[in-house]
Design a protein around this ligand. Structure first.
Ligand SMILES: [Zn+2]
Length: 280
C-alpha cells in the first residue's frame, strides 16, 4: 500500500483540531477518542513527525511513519449504542460484544513483559482505540508508559494483581485479586476500571460476582488473538464479525499486532471502536 498524501494531511488537520478541542473545552470525543485534561503531553509532539516529511517521501519500513502509512482508511464509526446491562448483581460475561454495529475492539493485556516505545505515538497518530487490561504491579512499575497511551486515547482496565487463574478460588481470594488491582489502577490513572478480563480467560460464577462487587460491569473473553503480526481466528471462516474482541499482549511485536488487527478489521468492512463507549 502506498503512502497517501491526502490521508496524511487529514491526519495533521485532525491532530490540530484535537489540540484546539482539548485546549478550549473540558474534553472532546472525536472518533471515539477521549482527550483528557491535566495529564502530561506525549513525549514526542504528535504534529511534528507528520508535518515534516515531504508528501512523496517513502517511510523506512519498520519506522513509526511506516506503521502509520500502512493503516487502512476506515469508514466513520457509527454513533455507539451501548448494550443494556441487566441488574443481576454480577458482571456480564461476553466473548464478543452483542451488537450489530459495524465495529470491532482491540484489547491489549498484561504489561509486564514488553513495552514497545512507539505504541503511544502510533495509537495517537493512527487514532487506534485500545483497551488495556493491565496487571496492577506492571502498571505501577511502568506508569508513565501506560499513561502516555491513555493520553493518546487508550483506556486502562483490570487484569488482576498476580495473573493467577481465578476459577474455583474462594470469593475472598478472587475479590482480593480483582479489587486490589482495581484500587491500584484507580489510584494510578484516576479512573476505576469498569471492565475485567480474567487471566487465561479462566473464570466461574464467583468471578462475575466478585468483579461486579469491585466495580466491573462486564467481563470479557475474546474472539481473535493476534501474535507476531498474525491474526488467529476461533472460527474456520477467518473473518472479524461486528462486536468481536481482538486480544493481543504487551509483547515485542505489538506494533505489528496492532497493524494486523487494524487490517483484519478493515478487511471485514468494520471500524475499530472503543469498548468502553459500548458498555456503560
Ligand atoms: Zn494475561
Amino acid at each position: 500500500m502506498s503512502a497517501n498524501p491526502a490521508r496524511r494531511i487529514l491526519a495533521v488537520v485532525t491532530v490540530l483540531a484535537l489540540l484546539v478541542l482539548s485546549a478550549c473545552t473540558a474534553g472532546g470525543t472525536v472518533h471515539a477518542r477521549q482527550i483528557t485534561m491535566g495529564q502530561p503531553a506525549l513525549s514526542a509532539s504528535p504534529v511534528a513527525p507528520s508535518a515534516s516529511p515531504s508528501p512523496t517521501a517513502t517511510p523506512t519500513p519498520g519506522s513509526l511513519d511506516w506503521y502509520v502509512s500502512q493503516v487502512p482508511t476506515f469508514p466513520e464509526a457509527p454513533p455507539p449504542q451501548p448494550v443494556p446491562l441487566p441488574a443481576t448483581g454480577a458482571a456480564q460475561f461476553w466473548h464478543r460484544l452483542p451488537t450489530d454495529q459495524k465495529v470491532a475492539f482491540i484489547t491489549i493485556d498484561d504489561g509486564g513483559l514488553a513495552r514497545p516505545p512507539e505504541v503511544a505515538d502510533f495509537v495517537w497518530r493512527a487514532h487506534i482505540p485500545v483497551t488495556m487490561f493491565l496487571n496492577s504491579p506492571a502498571a505501577a512499575e511502568h506508569t508513565d508508559y501506560f499513561r502516555q497511551i491513555t493520553v493518546a486515547g487508550g483506556v486502562v482496565e483490570n487484569h488482576t494483581i498476580t495473573h493467577t487463574s481465578l476459577a474455583g478460588r474462594s470469593y475472598d481470594r478472587q475479590k482480593h485479586e480483582i479489587c486490589g488491582a482495581a484500587d491500584k489502577l484507580e489510584a494510578l490513572f484516576g479512573k476505576r476500571p469498569t471492565l475485567f478480563r480474567p487471566p487465561f480467560g479462566e473464570h466461574d460464577s464467583t468471578t462475575l460476582k466478585a468483579a461486579y462487587d469491585c466495580g466491573a460491569k462486564a467481563v470479557f473473553h475474546w474472539t481473535e488473538t493476534v501474535h507476531e503480526g498474525k491474526v488467529r481466528y476461533q472460527t474456520p471462516e477467518k473473518v472479524v464479525h461486528p462486536g468481536d474482541v481482538l486480544l493481543m499482549h504487551f509483547r515485542p511485536a505489538l506494533m505489528d499486532d496492532l497493524l494486523a488487527a487494524l487490517k483484519a478489521i478493515h478487511r471485514a468492512g468494520l471500524t475499530p471502536a472503543l469498548l468502553e463507549d459500548y458498555v456503560r
